[in-house]
Design a protein around this ligand. Structure first.
Ligand code: NAP
Length: 251
């Protein structure tokens, strides 16, 4: 039987990148996935391409949109087994030169977004004894120049994951996080010029030295699929690092 047979899944930010890879792999493994994104046209294109169960869009910074999209997904699927909080943005800036407005915005997407989505979904997840997969980052574990506020948001998401997991344990709902290193998506493409300017090292060399190769969105989808599956039934409150050894190395 496919690993995610019959699972009813809602993935935020799933029109592109890692979210799209998660929606694709979950669908291939037997799940019924509702795509959600801030970009409605891209969400529809992705949903058609991968044979998703439907689309329920939201901007994760807007709580009423998130509540509406979760309800729409529940109506489409007849319930909810898995929430994947994938939508996230990056800001590349020396920390203390970043504007306060931009700091608030990245928190609104990367921390408040998953928080309101978990609140909107939790009643349905309790009913199904489902689970949450939060897409955090190794930036939530170690610091990186130019990614100060991003690092802070991902550390916050790991902490939300831990506390939600512990509080929800009596209900049977599991909550886990995935912490990827640099992966091959539009987000990393956008970061490359600033990183190269700051380090004077070609980004490809940095990646080869620190993590062997760029991660693929599919690498991350594999771990998310495992955590969402019943094979991970004793795993909760964890954050899974996949980074080609970057965080394991002192040099
Ligand atoms: P991406 O290529 O930029 O894709 C993110 C998707 O989320 C896009 O479709 C984007 O739409 C959408 N989105 C942005 N803001 C949103 C909002 N407010 N509400 C709903 N959807 C929104 O990013 P990615 O690299 O796939 O990253 C996905 C997740 O993985 C993020 O949480 C990121 O922090 C995390 N992550 C990525 C890496 C990496 O190396 N790529 C590493 C570690 C963790 P638009 O394109 O229209 O903005």
């Amino acid at each position: 039987m496919p690993e995610l047979d019959g699972k009813r899944v809602f993935v935020t930010g799933s029109a592109a990148g890692i979210g799209k890879a998660i929606a694709t792999l979950f669908t291939q493994r037997g799940a019924r996935v509702v795509i959600s994104d801030i970009d409605a046209d891209a969400a529809k294109t992705t949903a058609d391409e991968i044979g998703a169960a439907g689309v329920a869009n939201c901007d994760v910074t807007d709580e009423s949109q998130v509540q509406g999209a979760v309800q729409q997904a529940v109506d489409l699927l007849g319930g909810l087994d898995v929430l994947v909080n994938n939508a996230g943005i990056e800001v590349s800036s020396p920390l203390l030169q970043q504007s306060t407005e931009s700091f608030d915005k990245i928190y609104a997407v990367n921390v408040r977004g998953p928080f309101v989505a978990m609140k909107a979904a939790i009643g349905h997840l309790i009913e199904s004894k489902g689970n949450v997969v939060n897409i955090a980052s190794i930036a939530g574990i170690g610091g990186s120049p130019l990614l100060g506020s991003y690092c802070a948001t991902k550390a916050a998401l790991i902490q939300l994951t831990r506390v939600a997991a512990v509080e929800m344990r009596p209900t049977g709902v599991r909550v886990n996080a995935v912490c990827p290193g640099f992966a091959d998506t539009a987000m990393v493409e956008r970061l490359v010029p600033d990183f190269e300017a700051a380090t004077q090292v070609p980004f490809g060399d940095l990646v080869a030295m620190k993590q062997g190769r760029l991660g693929t969105p599919e690498d991350i989808a594999e771990v998310a699929a495992f955590l969402a599956s019943d094979r991970a039934s004793w795993i909760t409150g964890s954050h899974y690092v996949l980074d080609g050894g970057l965080t394991a190395s002192l040099v």
